[in-house]
Design a protein around this ligand. Structure first.
Ligand SMILES: Nc1ncnc2c1ncn2[C@@H]1O[C@H](COP(=O)(O)OP(=O)(O)OP(=O)(O)O)[C@@H](O)[C@H]1O
Ligand SMILES: [Mg+2]
Length: 288
């Protein structure tokens, strides 16, 4: 666990992220409709939900790149709505983000990409930076790729490189948006293993947005199911496993989650689609 914030009021088992009644509309469409979520220190929280249900939007609120119409996000006890740019920037040094594409700079080598946050946010000398880069690349199994350009590496390697950059500053929280999307099953399992290793070895708190169920069940301590801008259920992985492996419950919401995680072609989701209005049908969100 990081030593950086032993002075604040958060210790082990305590909440590091608190999302409270988050509401966000785009062009009159309510994409987040009163979302609540707490993430505890050291855990891996997986947020699942169908395409367009608001997962990335929720994540962007958690990292302070979007701000809500109503409600707030607290990171390490600090309300992001109330922070000035300077405080937000220094808070950003305490978390890392792995974007869907890896988001590498194509004009720089893999090593230079990883060095970037160290150059921008620390006063380390060049020799130390070079050593740090090697350590970070080693941690993601990419030591041999230091001098390659992003165009010369595969999608899975780009994810690893993005992850090496995300952990460059030893973050306390790692946010992942669809870390295994577009990867083959084995590479995807390797990325999952890496997420778990980082969480265990570095004690990082992880928030992972995904709709890949194999991956979700592999890595999650707790899971949260988002649907049309609302949290349907938050609970330990075992509760979702029981739902997945058990019979239909007769409860509309639970059966909706069950259908989603089983990938069944028949259930509340498909019934809703065939009876929903145009907006909900096409866009997956309720009209405001
Ligand atoms: N900046 C924006 N401006 C307008 N609409 C937006 C914006 N960002 C997201 N949306 C809309 O909000 C809805 C939710 O988008 P979001 O990207 O959060 O979904 P998601 O759950 O991450 O989907 P996916 O699984 O496909 O990544 C979508 O209908 C999307 O078009
Ligand atoms: Mg998304």
């Amino acid at each position: 666990m990081s030593q950086k914030d032993t002075s604040d009021r958060f210790n082990q088992d305590q909440t590091v992220i608190r999302v409270v009644n988050l509401v966000k509309s785009f062009g009159g469409r309510r994409v987040l409709d009163g979302v609540n979520l707490e993430v505890r220190r050291g855990e891996t929280m997986v947020i699942m939900g169908g395409s367009g249900c608001g997962k990335s939007t929720l994540l962007r609120h958690m990292i302070g790149s979007l701000f809500p119409d109503e409600g707030y996000v607290e990171l390490f006890g600090q309300n992001l709505n109330e922070l000035d740019d300077k405080s937000l920037d220094s808070l950003r040094l305490r978390f890392g983000i792995l974007f869907q594409s890896g988001a590498l700079y194509n004009s720089m080598t893999v090593g230079e990409n990883v060095a970037l946050p160290l150059r921008e946010h620390t006063n380390l000398d060049e020799d130390t930076i070079q050593i740090m880069v090697k350590i970070k690349l080693e941690q993601v199994g990419l030591r041999y790729a230091e001098n390659l350009m992003p165009s010369e590496i595969s999608g899975g390697m780009k994810k690893r490189a993005g992850l090496a950059r995300a952990i460059a500053l030893d973050p306390e929280i790692l946010f992942y948006d669809e870390p295994s999307a577009g990867l083959d099953p084995v590479t995807s399992a390797e990325i999952d293993q890496l997420i778990m290793d980082l969480s265990r070895k570095l004690g990082v708190t992880s928030v992972v947005v995904t709709h890949e169920m194999d991956s979700a069940f592999r890595i999650a301590d707790r899971m949260a199911m988002l649907d049309a801008g609302k949290m349907l259920k938050i609970g330990p992985r075992s509760e979702f496993e029981a739902l997945r492996d058990g019979p239909e419950t007769g409860d509309e919401q639970l059966d909706l989650i069950r259908q989603f995680i089983r990938g069944d072609s028949d259930g509340p989701i498909t019934r809703r689609r065939s009876s929903a209005g145009f907006m909900e049908d096409v866009l997956g969100v309720a009209e405001d």
